[in-house]
Write a protein that binds this ligand. Structure first.
Ligand code: ZN
Length: 408
């Protein structure tokens, strides 16, 4: 039996709360088994809640832990079976560092998954001296835990879409709890039936608690929410309103450029093209974020393409409305005024605004946006770029879920 100071030292080094090292053994050149004991003597009966320290049976088993320098580390641990003195139920004690029925510690799982997300399975296997299939097992087990996890309360829900795998034309739907800022589901399709199925799986108790749902400007979502979430106010996401305005502005810029290329007079043509070139990003930017050079570009643009200049002004004006601390009644007046002035240049956006006016105004009462969803979407896009070789939705979803688990 090794001396106590040495065991005390190893206890410090392995650094697991409430654990004492009893012994250790080098079983091969690079494998060490450390025998540990849980210091907490009592457990709580899952049936009646009474605490007990009566051991029914010792149950030793081995779990893999994070490697120590060049050694693979296995922990030999006694997960005692306790017997409740009140109701006689026999149960296994809880160990903080390992989930029940797992053959690896929580911290090993965390380390492995982070490494997989940062690099890939092969790399994580090498670093932890494990096989790829052992790593896959860890990933699958955590994924199934995450998929089983259902939120127990949602007040503000966001629904958005994301383009799926590279080159795909399909959209996946992402559902986010806007208060906790956590994605709650990634669904393979964004159609009404798929979302309805997921929502029903949450149960009516949760659905009835939802007070508002922020959506992009997609009519099927709106009718779905009205059918399934009786207490929810639909809020049109302001970023999606702005997105549509920006799209209409950009379409006009392209159109002006095509027209300019057809101008016969060379001098005139070049003058117009100089004004239009490099105008895409300045046009989409907020006026307060324009650099001096970009501002000059906008000023020039106003001269060669006055309509585009006017559209830029309109775009900034509607953004101002969204950012002003006004009531929904005041906002209604402002939108009416805006649409009257902008109808000729933004016919599509004006039609959208009038179709969604109630939901847009709801934003002014609640100030809910999907800003967070946009952020998550950006992150999913990054994952997609890195998720090299992921050709099916399930492995894509697994990556996304694991990322959320760690980094959101
Ligand atoms: Zn009991």
């Amino acid at each position: 039996m090794p001396s106590n100071p040495l065991l005390h030292f190893i206890t410090k080094v392995i650094n697991i709360e409430d654990i004492k090292v009893l012994n250790y053994d080098f079983i091969t050149d690079d494998e060490i088994v450390i025998e540990i004991q849980n210091q907490s003597k009592v457990g709580q009966c899952p049936r009646c809640g009474k605490t007990t320290n009566k051991t029914h049976q010792n149950h030793w088993y081995i779990v893999r832990d994070i490697p120590m320098s060049d050694y693979q580390v296995f922990l030999k641990v006694n997960r005692r079976q306790l017997k409740c003195t009140e109701c006689q139920k026999v149960f296994s004690e809880k160990l903080s560092f390992v989930k029940s029925r797992r053959t690896y510690t929580k911290r090993l799982a965390n380390k492995v998954i982070k490494e997989v997300l940062e690099t890939d399975v092969e790399n994580a296997a090498r670093r932890n001296r494990m096989s790829s299939s052992e790593i896959e097992t860890i990933l699958k087990e955590l994924e199934s835990e995450l998929l089983k996890e259902k939120p127990n309360q949602i007040k503000k829900l966001g629904i958005d879409e994301i383009t799926q795998l590279k080159g795909g034309k399909n959209y996946a739907a992402v559902l986010v709890d806007l208060e906790t800022r956590r994605p709650i589901a990634l669904l393979e399709k964004r159609n009404k039936a798929v979302i309805a199925e997921y929502l029903s799986s949450l149960g009516s108790e949760i659905l009835n608690q939802i007070e508002e749902v922020s959506i992009d400007l997609w009519i099927p979502y709106k009718s779905l929410i009205q059918e399934m979430l009786p207490n929810a106010q639909v809020v049109a996401d302001r970023f999606h309103v702005m997105k549509q305005i920006n799209q209409e502005l950009d379409a006009r810029r392209k159109q002006e450029k095509r027209a300019a290329l057809k101008i016969k007079n060379r001098q005139e043509r070049e003058k117009k093209l100089t004004g239009l070139t490099h105008s895409k990003y300045p046009l989409l930017k907020k006026k307060e974020c324009l650099s001096v050079q970009e501002q000059a570009q906008i000023d020039l643009l106003k001269k060669v393409a006055p309509d585009l200049g006017e559209m830029y002004r309109n775009k900034e004006a509607i953004r101002d409305i969204f950012e002003s601390p006004i009531t929904s009644d005041e906002a209604l007046d402002k939108f009416l005024e805006w649409t009257q002035g902008a109808y000729k240049l933004f016919p599509k956006s004006c039609r959208t605004i009038s179709r969604w006016i109630d939901e847009i105004l709801a934003y002014f009462d609640r100030r809910t946006t999907q800003g967070i969803v946009e952020g998550i979407n950006q992150k999913i896009k990054l994952i997609k770029c890195r998720a090299y070789g992921l050709t099916n939705f399930n492995s894509f979803r697994r990556r996304v879920l694991l990322n959320w688990y760690f980094f959101c």
